[in-house]
Design a protein around this ligand. Sequence first.
Ligand SMILES: Cc1cc2nc3c(=O)[nH]c(=O)nc-3n(C[C@H](O)[C@H](O)[C@H](O)COP(=O)(O)O)c2cc1C
Length: 191
Amino acid sequence: MIKIKVLTGSVRPNRFNIQPATWIYEFAGKRKDIEAELLDLQEINLPFLNEPMSASQKQYSKPYTKKWSKTIDSSDGFIFVTPEYNHSISPVLKNAVDYLYHEWNYKPISFISYGSLAGGSRAVEHWRGIAAELKMYDLREQILLPNYWDNLSKSGRYQFNERHEGAASQLLDSLIFWAKAMKKARENLHP
Ligand SMILES: Cc1cc2nc3c(=O)[nH]c(=O)nc-3n(C[C@H](O)[C@H](O)[C@H](O)COP(=O)(O)O)c2cc1C
């Protein structure tokens, strides 16, 4: 079974992040051809990177790094749910990424972003450069939620609609296609 992980990109107490993260995780969970999991960095609670060796050496000293390594190693594709902080990515998600290296390699990644008029797209563009360094394949398909605050109900719930679901289906189709192909390709790797 293909394993798709949704990563949160904010751990602030009143973060918007958990709404799109939960939405795409639940939407992905309806697919019979994948196993989806929500990896909430608020729960995972990694400290600022404090491993003595570079992740490229894969010699981890801390129990939480070993656990995180196993989690990402066993994954086949990712959806990063990213805010845009000062026209770039959030430090908490970059920190979680920097803990590892080989575990991300040769796997597809897509993005859901949100923010003001640009919908977090500047953060996603920065993520694409980082993905290249991690030997990941970043998908064309992505979901942007511009001015998300204009689309909240009175109780503060984002109003996802059919258009969002259509975009999510396309994103998942592409992610699953590449996750399957890259999983097969990884079997030929000789590390
Ligand atoms: C440190 C910081 C910087 C921000 N910079 C931007 C920005 O560059 N572009 C943008 O669209 N929104 C920006 N915002 C507004 C965020 O889009 C908004 O606060 C959003 O809710 C943050 O995501 P979160 O609630 O999941 O943490 C910024 C917010 C913070 C906290």
